[in-house]
Ligand binder design. Structure first.
Ligand code: IYR
Length: 224
């Protein structure tokens, strides 16, 4: 195959600046309603929706286009139970001291604790794994670049897609989380980055008021 073939740029839709602004505002209005959900119902989510979201994540930019990610999508009740047991074990130690007082103080407004029933109740858990080596072809064993950045970008796109599909999500980060390699049967050289809990919010779900405190444009930007 010719390695350096080039194709013409496929034009994006032609919009006026007013239409562009309207679309950007629309995206913002959609994304600003995303909340971390900590109480899920057991309402099912079709596998096809999860597949589309992972496909969307897989379009993210990555170092040298090596796409250094693998997404383990888990719906098996046994696997979810195993993840809950292992995560709660780590979290109990985390919340009973390992986190340190400053970290625990920072988490207080969220009201989180070591109990993670949603890991079994929500219909899907997605675990993104970061690959230090790989490449585009299945049997490539090349150095990957900007691995954390690439996987972070893919996870952001995954989260945005799931939100657009009307699903509730939570990023859960058991600490440490190496047990995920065992449960998801992934090789040791892959690093689990987080658990993305996916489903529908429980009827009695709440959010901490703290979650609504978003920084202003002035706080998060400078214009040079
Ligand atoms: N992993 C813990 C603690 C936790 C840490 C941060 I930073 C958060 O933003 C939320 C929780 C847990 O999931 O409870």
């Amino acid at each position: 195959m010719q390695q350096d073939a080039r194709l013409p740029w496929q034009p994006y839709p032609e919009l006026s600046d007013a239409e562009r602004l309207e679309r950007a505002r629309g995206c913002y209005e959609t994304l600003r309603t995303r909340r971390s959900c900590r109480a899920f119902s057991d309402q099912a989510v079709p596998r096809a929706v999860i597949e589309q979201a992972i496909l969307a994540a897989g379009t993210a930019p990555s170092g040298a286009n090596h796409q250094p990610w693998h997404f383990a999508a888990i719906e098996s009740p046994e696997a979810k139970a195993a993840i809950r047991v292992a995560a709660e074990e780590e979290e109990r130690q985390f919340y009973s001291g390992r986190a340190g007082s400053a970290w625990l103080k920072a988490l207080r407004p969220l009201g989180t604790d070591a109990e993670k029933p949603f890991l079994e109740i929500a219909p899907w858990l997605i675990v993104p794994f970061a690959q230090r080596r790989g490449g585009v072809e299945a049997d490539d064993d090349l150095q990957n670049y900007y691995v954390s950045e690439s996987v972070g970008l893919a996870c952001g796109m995954l989260l945005a897609t799931l939100h657009c599909a009307g699903l509730a999500t939570l990023i859960h980060t058991p600490n440490p989380m190496r047990f995920l390699n065992r449960v998801c049967q992934r090789p040791e050289q892959e690093r689990p980055m987080m658990i993305i809990v996916v489903g529908h919010a429980a009827a009695d779900a709440t959010i901490p008021a703290h979650a609504l405190r978003k920084k202003s444009l002035d706080q998060i930007s400078s214009w040079i």
